[in-house]
Write a protein that binds this ligand. Structure first.
Ligand code: FAD
Ligand code: UDP
Length: 373
């Protein structure tokens, strides 16, 4: 380990790894630390029963930006997996996102897009919603009350631990509603998962950097800070400032993984369980990301969990109170001259992988332009 580095990068997730690669390419020395025992952050995949298992939830890469797609493909080959989840409500199965396959199965008298539009409009009018004020009203105005009751209410209330009437309309507004027979969850042109797993990609990005695992920044903050000229920090922003204004809230998750001695458990990579009486929100069957045929299969149940300090923070609760709190931390961060903040935890935002890459590339481009770096 060298005595001094140009950059200390806190977090070996996607944001930190892209920064390390870009800075290393230009001759900057980087020390990358992570408190976990592995690299990759939430993208981490590990081999179990010959399958690259997504340890922190299903990750499907998708983007419309060819530059970002080409950039990531330099580090590993992607397959052509298309995310087409199934929703299970008790013993009924439906296609997601909401589209003509969902509508025709739900309502046997709906045969055309016009029939579906009429049906949903009638339900919306009966619910008398003018301007949606919460997630429940937003969902009903998008897809009507039948779909809200069967496919949205139970899933959402489990996921967020709050009634739909107390959640922001923005959470659901990003789900596509299509009047075509198209089960592709995303609109994006480029989509897939890496055939050798995400960990392999992150390891390639980190090849030039010095990496220290099981190394928590806050356990040796002064010593680590003294090791580098500048810091790129991808951990929680409130923790960086010792929670001085208060704690930002998150929703957590618990994953339960099992290896089963059968060819296929559910015939699809992702099945959402939308009924309130099932404690998990989804089951992932990892082999279907890759289309492989081995005799065993690995499944992961995803249980939503209340977050408290010490548990993994997954989804930021971007309500008005937390956003205002984040804004106060962001103003402090803006005043830093040798610390740069990036990634989902430092920005207190749900960020897709493509956005993370784009933002890390923007940050490193700015840093490398600045002669003083
Ligand atoms: P992280 O991956 O969280 O990396 C941050 C790293 O910092 C972590 O490894 C952490 O251990 C480390 N760290 C934190 N504090 C410290 C400390 N004090 N000291 C040392 N290290 C520290 N995106 C998509 O594009 N497609 C998907 O299908 C998709 N699915 C998702 C499913 C789930 C369930 C979730 C929660 C997210 C999903 N995402 C998806 C988003 C994706 O996970 C993020 O874009 C990505 O993980 C962000 O990378 P990051 O580097 O910002 O954060
Ligand atoms: N959602 C739902 N039923 C589903 C899938 C999604 O009600 O079967 C809602 C839910 O509120 C969720 C939101 O849509 O939080 C966004 O879904 P997305 O799949 O983008 O998020 P994820 O569940 O993967 O975090």
């Amino acid at each position: 380990m060298a005595n001094h580095y140009d950059y200390l990068i806190v977090g070996a997730g996607l944001f930190g790894a892209v920064c390390a690669y870009e800075l290393g390419k230009k001759g900057k020395t980087c020390l990358v630390i992570d408190k976990r025992s592995h690299v990759g952050g939430n993208l981490y995949t590990e081999l179990l029963a010959v399958t690259h298992v997504h340890r922190y939830g299903a990750h499907v890469f998708h983007t419309d930006n060819k530059k970002i797609w080409d950039y990531l493909n330099k580090f590993g080959e992607f397959n052509n997996f298309i995310n087409a989840p199934i929703a299970r409500y008790h013993d009924e199965l439906y296609n997601l996102p909401f589209n003509m396959n969902t509508f025709t199965k739900l309502w046997p008298d709906v045969l055309t897009p016009a029939d579906a539009q009429r049906r949903i409009a009638a339900e919306r009018e009966a619910a008398k919603i003018d301007q949606p004020q919460n997630l429940q009203e937003q969902a009903i105005s998008m897809v009507g009350t039948t779909i809200f009751e069967k496919l949205i209410k139970g899933y959402t209330e489990k996921q967020w631990g709050r009634p739909c009437t107390e959640l922001s309309p923005a959470i659901i507004a990003r789900l596509p509603v299509r009047y075509t027979f198209n089960n592709n969850y995303y609109h994006d042109r480029y989509q897939g998962v890496p055939v050798a797993g995400y960990t392999d990609i992150i390891e390639k990005m980190l090849a030039q950097a010095t990496v220290r695992l099981q190394c928590d920044f806050f356990q040796q903050r002064e010593r680590l800070t003294a090791l580098a000229d500048k810091i790129i920090y991808t951990g929680p922003i409130d923790q960086f400032y010792n929670y001085r204004f208060g704690v930002l809230e998150y929703r957590s998750l618990r994953f339960e993984t099992e290896i089963l001695n059968q060819q296929s458990f559910q015939g699809n990579a992702v099945v959402n369980y939308t009924a309130a009486d099932v404690p998990y929100t989804r089951i992932i069957e990892h082999k279907h990301f890759y289309g492989t045929q081995q005799p065993q299969t690995v499944i992961t149940r995803e249980y939503p969990l209340a977050w408290q300090k010490g548990r993994e923070p997954y989804y930021p609760i971007n309500d008005a109170t937390n956003n205002a709190l984040y804004e106060r931390y962001r103003q402090l961060a803006d005043q830093e001259t040798t610390v740069y903040f990036g990634g989902r935890l430092a920005q207190y935002q749900y960020l897709d992988m493509a956005t993370v890459i784009e933002e890390a590339l923007n940050l490193t481009a700015t840093l490398l332009k600045n002669k003083k770096t």
